[in-house]
Design a binder for this molecule. Structure first.
Ligand code: ARG
Length: 243
């Protein structure tokens, strides 16, 4: 009797242990990749990654019962990491483009944006005026794809938006193309810069997932819908985008 009881207790402890450090844990953590160089969607504040996307992802995590773990990486490493299943999802102000859709799935969009041009204050006011000039872009961003598809500009690629801005300030490029919100933030933070929108198509930001992961995609879409319905999304939007 004593032996049986002991065996039972040991079995229970083993099960709990396996659950805690094995499968149970894997299922409850959502590994999220981002590139925190895109204010106000994701950026570093000291050692911490902050921003609209991060808050949104944490709220989604709560809705679907998963603990969100954020991993910082280069922007061009995000989709490869997703495809090799090193991360579960990508949230990075990422535009759901047709090209990217060939490789990964996207949730419904959570933000609509467009491309902007930044120039030194009161210089050019439209793309036309910049023909033949050097335009800075961030490697692999949709702004890069957009301007590279036109032949009238010479394109200079940088590894981050801040590197491109430095080049603009040093007159190494005539303009920088970047998504609207981050562009506005840079203009706010750096005197002597101005920005205008390029009215050539809207971009939809969405969360990317591996093509295999349909059930998680559905769960996240449902959570997004709930957050829009219960007012949480609006609250977050107000917090980051209306001043
Ligand atoms: N929306 C652009 C794109 O999808 C830029 C995104 C950059 N995001 C970032 N977290 N660095 O290409």
């Amino acid at each position: 009797m004593k032996g049986k009881k002991g065996f039972f207790i040991v079995t229970v402890i083993c099960c709990l242990f396996c659950f805690a450090c094995g499968k149970g844990k894997e299922e409850s953590i959502l590994v999220v990749g981002t590139n925190p160089e895109f204010v106000p969607f994701e950026y570093m504040e000291g050692e911490e990654i902050k921003g609209f996307d991060i808050d949104l992802m944490n709220q989604i995590g709560k809705k679907i019962g998963k603990k969100v773990e954020i991993k910082s990486m280069n922007f061009d490493g995000l989709l490869p990491a997703l495809q090799s299943k090193k991360i579960d999802v990508v949230i990075a102000g990422m535009t759901a483009t047709e090209e990217r859709k060939k490789h990964v799935n996207f949730t419904k969009n959570y933000y609509i944006s467009q491309q902007n041009i930044m120039v030194k204050e009161n210089k050019e006011h439209n793309l036309e005026q910049l023909k033949g000039q050097k335009i800075g872009v961030v490697l692999g961003y949709t702004g890069d794809v957009f301007i590279s598809s036109k032949n009238e500009y010479s394109v200079e690629r940088f590894n981050s938006a801040s590197a491109a801005i430095l080049a603009l300030q040093a007159d190494k490029v005539s303009a920088v193309i970047l998504d609207e919100e981050p562009a506005k933030q840079y203009v706010k933070q750096n005197s002597g810069l101005s920005t205008f929108a390029i009215y050539e198509g809207k971009e939809e930001y969405a969360i990317a997932l591996h093509k295999d992961n349909i059930s998680l995609l559905e769960e996240i879409d449902k959570a997004l819908e709930d957050l829009k319905e219960d007012g949480s999304y609006d609250k977050l939007y107000q917090q980051y985008f209306t001043k």
